[in-house]
Design a binder for this molecule. Structure first.
Ligand SMILES: Cc1cc2nc3c(=O)[nH]c(=O)nc-3n(C[C@H](O)[C@H](O)[C@H](O)COP(=O)(O)OP(=O)(O)OC[C@H]3O[C@@H](n4cnc5c(N)ncnc54)[C@H](O)[C@@H]3O)c2cc1C
Length: 295
């Protein structure tokens, strides 16, 4: 693997040999050739163009709450947006504008402060706005892309991109927006009483009590198959509590895999493979990954 040149771009932090376990909530993986943090749109465009010109492998990471690096070495650059992309405000048209690197929780709270509702289901879902749009995150039948007015960002060659609702496809835990590096999103919400918003947020937060909160995980590992729940199938296959080294299928919620005791990327990957194989053998259901598993 050739050494990556220091790109010397203004507004870009460049950290060679960066540990992957520190940048995801699952906390596994070896090192990336480099971690690049863009602090401005100029820097972002430059790194995208440079990566294209040099043929680097690039992985865009948000909050790292839905991504598992299953490799000892990521031969390429992990790109993140800096805090400059985390601003949230209500614009002159009453749309909630959120930077892609804003925690989704910050957008939910800003909506409450400004008396606009509809985003309450995001309460308790970790990660950033960009990551949530890329995976159309949500819960209980609600999902973030439904609330979008428009997004702005770049394609992977560094060309600007702007899309309005209706100009991209999305569905259950997937979205065409994952093809872009999003920098900002605008959401169309409805006027609502902050007290009503808070009450709804508390109802969604209560769901979290059924989950292994406070432990290292990436949330649900698998998507729910049509008409069923991945967690139910994993439980029915007798896999709850099964472990490989430090990785364990949560006893609280079978679709959560937790890094209990310093698990390795291999142990996590082995457990995921074992669950898929066992559920297929027992029930003939091919579980599809919800998490991004990066080789
Ligand atoms: C305890 C726990 C509970 C969870 N509960 C839920 C839940 O109820 N519902 C749910 O849907 N998810 C849940 N998740 C999963 C996760 O929180 C969400 O999917 C979240 O929206 C991912 O955001 P992120 O920024 O962490 O994404 P990351 O893991 O950083 O990235 C995920 C994908 O998004 C892409 N991406 C990141 N930023 C951008 C950007 N700026 N532009 C374009 N693409 C981008 C990445 O390239 C990657 O492909 C949970 C996770 C945990 C740990």
């Amino acid at each position: 693997m050739p050494a990556l040149p220091d790109p010397k771009i203004n507004g870009l932090d460049w950290k060679p040999d960066s540990p992957l376990s520190k940048i995801t909530t699952m906390g596994v993986g070896g090192t990336a050739d480099a971690l690049a943090v863009a602090h401005s749109e100029d820097a972002l465009r430059e790194i995208l163009r440079l990566a294209r010109a040099q043929g680097w492998r690039l992985f865009l990471l948000g909050g790292g709450t839905n991504t598992i690096f299953r490799c000892d070495r990521f031969a390429g650059v992990v790109l993140k947006l800096g805090p400059e992309f985390a601003r949230v405000r209500l614009d002159e048209n009453g749309l909630l504008c959120a930077g892609a690197a804003a925690p989704w929780s910050a957008a939910v709270n800003a909506a409450k402060r400004n008396g606009v509702g509809g985003m309450e289901f995001g309460a308790g879902i970790p990660g950033q706005v960009g990551g949530a749009l890329a995976g159309n995150a949500g819960q209980k039948g609600w999902s973030l892309c439904d609330l979008l007015d428009s997004v702005r960002g770049y394609d992977y060659s560094g060309e600007p991109a702007a899309l309005r609702q209706g100009e991209f496809a999305y569905g259950y835990r997937r979205s065409d927006l994952a093809r872009f590096v999003l920098v900002e999103a605008k959401f169309l919400l409805k006027p609502s009483d902050p007290f009503v918003i808070e009450t709804k947020m508390q109802e969604f937060l209560a769901i979290r009590r059924e989950q292994p909160v406070g432990q290292r995980s990436s949330g649900c590992v698998f998507k729910n198959p049509e008409g069923d729940h991945a967690g139910r199938l994993i439980d029915a296959a007798g896999l709850k509590g099964l472990s490989r080294g430090g990785a364990e299928i949560s006893v609280e919620h079978a679709n959560f895999l937790i890094n209990k005791r310093g698990a390795s990327a291999q142990e996590v990957a082995d457990l995921i493979d074992h669950v898929r194989k066992t559920v297929f053998e027992r029930f003939g259901v091919q579980l599809e990954l919800e998490v991004r598993l990066v080789e």
